[in-house]
Design a protein around this ligand. Sequence first.
Ligand code: NAD
Ligand code: UGA
Length: 458
Amino acid sequence: MKFKKKILGIGAGYVGAPTMAMIARKCPDYKVTVVDINPERIAAWNSDNLPIFEPGLEDIIRETRGRNLFFSTDVEGQIRENDIIFVCVNTPTKTFGAGAGMAADLQYWEKTARQILDNAESSKIVVEKSTLPIKTALAMERILSSGKGNIKFEVLSSPEFMAEGTAVSDLEYPDRVLIGSRETKSGLAARAELVEIFSRWVPPEKIITSNVWSAELSKLVANAFLAQRVSSINSISALCEKTDADINEVAYAVGMDTRIGAKFLKAGIGFGGSCFKKDILNLVYLCGHYGLPEVASYWESVVKINEYQQDRFVSNILNAMFNTLAGKKICILGFAFKADTGDTRESPAINITRKLLAEQAEVVISDPRALANARIDLAGDGEKISFIEDPYRAAAGCHALAVLTDWDLYRKLDYRKIFNSMIKPAFLFDGRNIVDHQKCFEIGFNVFPVGKPALSRL
Ligand code: NAD
Ligand code: UGA
């Protein structure tokens, strides 16, 4: 079959693979290839055992793989083959040198830019899908224009706004697709090419265009605003716990104001995931770099409140359990950073588990999808951790339950059965406010929600 366009995604991760798979589904006349330097990841994408769990993704891969979606490790060959390249590589926080712990580590991204330059034999449109500091496209342009010859590269920014757990519907029905380009003749032509791709399934009013810098910055700002809402509600949850107000009632009342809106006002143990913290710290670093310390410290406080919320959760456990956890067994229900994913990157559960271990507690970890990642995350954290997928077996013989992920499954457990198998007095710390607190209290638990009065007999 002769394909109308050939599109490449570099980086077969949580963003690259689902995004490219959605393009393949919606544009059956385009050939879409995803490459990665990690051969195991590519082998997994080519197998029945996909490397990430994402609801609905398996169906799309089954439908498109081998038809117009291909996974390969041949990065160089595929750069030559394709006309439009989406760069979806990871951009973690730098762990070394200048900006360590704050700035984005651009080594994977720069390596990709150089590979594109070294291997391209014809002009290309290069699209930044990864989340990058503002002005990265300028560096990309400089690298790409350092070659000789007539090959032209047009660099665009089209950041991805999907969330894990809902990636498929976010990609299929996005709130918006943002395409930033240079406002030159060739920049606008490249912009039009991208608009054409997304127009296959996204309504025109949801495809928005801007200059490159606005697109790059909008992504960091969108994540910073979402995280800021979580930290705002979590900060108020601390006040609720001191004053007998109920954070759910406050969030509901506040969110009913259409100017504020109801989403992202769920109090809990703080945000996790590979991006919120990384992107805010990147924003903070950029503000510092551009001489705006007040702006930097405003956004930094969002991360500080997030850490405070996790510390507070563990202090509440410690206080409630008579100020000693040594030798006590705590069952963690949920290790993923949110429901419907096996991803544990920056999961609050990692920090909370470590703090419990520091108090010499024994920790039993349960999760329906994230135990493989949890084992890797906690590989160096000693002997007092066990991993049991079945929540009933995990909880048996424990002194306390700590709900750390909002898996629907934890709303529906038979808490009476669990209570009967636990050591008394039995404690329930609901870090996501998803359990029926009154019912669990009536069963016999001492219940400690976030941002609500505790229900305790002690
Ligand atoms: P990831 O770590 O899951 O995937 C990145 C992939 O890129 C890895 O498989 C890695 O092996 C590959 N890679 C690195 N260098 C490469 C190279 N030179 N050539 C080929 N492959 C290479 O990361 P992710 O979660 O998919 O995130 C990717 C980017 O998208 C980040 O910038 C992130 O901030 C952004 N983002 C992520 C999400 C999300 O939900 N995870 C959502 C929106 C945006
Ligand atoms: C987030 C954004 O929602 C996406 O738009 C963005 O594309 C993505 O980051 C990214 O750039 O990587 P994600 O991290 O996958 O997506 O998941 P979210 O649903 O945003 O949740 C992030 C964290 O905040 C989770 O730990 C979640 O439990 C927590 N959260 C979220 C709350 O504690 N309360 C809320 O009300 C909402």
